[in-house]
Design a protein around this ligand. Sequence first.
Ligand code: AMP
Length: 286
Amino acid sequence: MEIAKTIEEVRQKVADWKKSGFKIGFVPTMGYLHEGHLSLVRESKKRTDRTVVSIFVNPTQFGPNEDYQIYPRDLERDQKLLLEEGVDLIFYPPVEVMYPEGYKTYVEVKELQDQLCGRSRPGHFRGVCTVVLKLFNIVQPDEAYFGWKDAQQVIIIQKMVEDLNLSVKVIPRPIIRDPDGLALSSRNTYLRPEERKAALALNRSLDLAAELIRKGELNAEIIRRRMLELIEQEPLARVDYVEIVDLKNLEKVEKLDRDVLIALAVYVGRTRLIDNLRFISGEVEK
Ligand code: AMP
């Protein structure tokens, strides 16, 4: 396994692989890896000949009052985990390599970027799309793996790939959870023990939604209200949003009569957590 810090190193390595006819899989991350990230790596290992993982805490996707400075970082640990998974190349660029002085170009996916998390994190998806497109151009993968944990991100990246005629195939993968149901996130490390317990309200509210759907409830507002009531019983939790939206255009729906995303963002203490389930072809995926 090699670690590349420059774009040239990555290009060289990938060009050699492509000459040998290898299929390239790519997993973009911000590091501080957990089983969610590793599940994407394993899928890439299964489906392709060479796997590239990027570790880059992307400053352009953080707002001015967000956690860019304190976002957890541990390259040594990440390296060990990726070596154990048999990853072929880590791309670990310094910020100046991705955004040299005078950098000016940004990518936006209109409308989709303003819904859900985009409302409370203006500019977030512009930063995500910009860095992901840059990484796609650098790595030139055949396939790239993204977790449904960040459902809006999946939908926006898929739209960017479609609209800009990129040749990469985007592969969304299931959410990996702790045994008690909390979705894994690098940000879970911010939670104090009592907050970690309170954070289970997110998963519980999604379980409630799933149960209501199984019982035949198709009214979005009824499901949403029940979820809100459940979360509001948790004193350490403060809802940012709970929304039921069309899975394609992220617009609110009144009835679950198509594929929908039930997504929520909740502050637990000062930590903002997200989670979701999808209702696709009449089946709940969580
Ligand atoms: P991040 O390092 O948070 O930018 O995440 C990198 C990739 O891992 C993104 O595609 C995330 O959606 C994915 N990911 C993060 N947490 C999970 C999880 N619990 N289950 C599955 N994928 C995840």
